[in-house]
Write a protein that binds this ligand. Structure first.
Ligand code: HEC
Length: 152
């Protein structure tokens, strides 16, 4: 009798640990076609997509600044795309995102802060080179994930 209870408790324990590990690794993501689909509530999806649109605005700011040698504008735009942007994401939403998604996302924000720190000092060409490297992460993440809405 006790042996059975011990075995069942052990199995349950393994299952719960497995579930927690899976959730930490993959969050709410499911593999669909070539991309992993992350299912989020509409307002959570909007928050992430809103952040994406701001990243695009920031990139435009950097390019515009470079085209007019306005390095202050380049710096401001890079800072705008930095870690500060990720601060309003709540823990519940963070838990739904796969590890690799968070790593790439944080990597991009951090790289923009590092870029900002080099201005003034870096030449336009050096800045463009860094932006090109950062944009590899935009491209890589877009080919790996999509975000859909789940209603309940
Ligand atoms: C950590 C992953 C990740 C990174 C890094 C990332 N994106 Fe995205 N982005 C996504 C996903 C996922 C979507 C939604 C795509 C879908 O559902 O088809 C998206 C959507 C977008 C959209 C569309 C927004 C909308 O309203 O539909 C824009 C614009 C965008 N990203 C810009 C960027 C730019 C610019 C960068 C780099 C500076 C970037 N993203 C980096 C994951 C990422």
């Amino acid at each position: 009798m006790w042996k059975k209870i011990a075995i069942v408790s052990f199995a349950l324990w393994i299952a719960s640990v497995g579930f927690v590990v899976y959730k930490i690794q993959y969050g709410n993501a499911v593999k669909v076609d070539k991309r992993m689909e992350i299912r989020l509530f509409p307002e959570e999806r909007e928050l992430i997509l809103g952040e994406m649109r701001s990243l695009l605005v920031g990139l435009k700011g950097i390019i515009q600044g470079l085209s007019t040698d306005d390095f202050e504008r380049v710096k401001e735009s890079a800072i705008g795309n930095g870690m500060g942007m990720a601060q309003d994401v709540n823990p519940a939403l963070i838990a739904k995102l796969p590890m690799s998604f968070k790593a790439m996302g944080m990597g991009v924000h951090k790289s923009f802060d590092e870029l900002a720190a080099k201005i003034p000092g870096a030449t336009s060409k050096e800045i463009l080179k860094e932006v090109d490297v950062i944009m590899s992460s935009c491209v890589a993440c877009h080919s790996a994930f999509k975000i859909t809405e789940k209603l309940k």
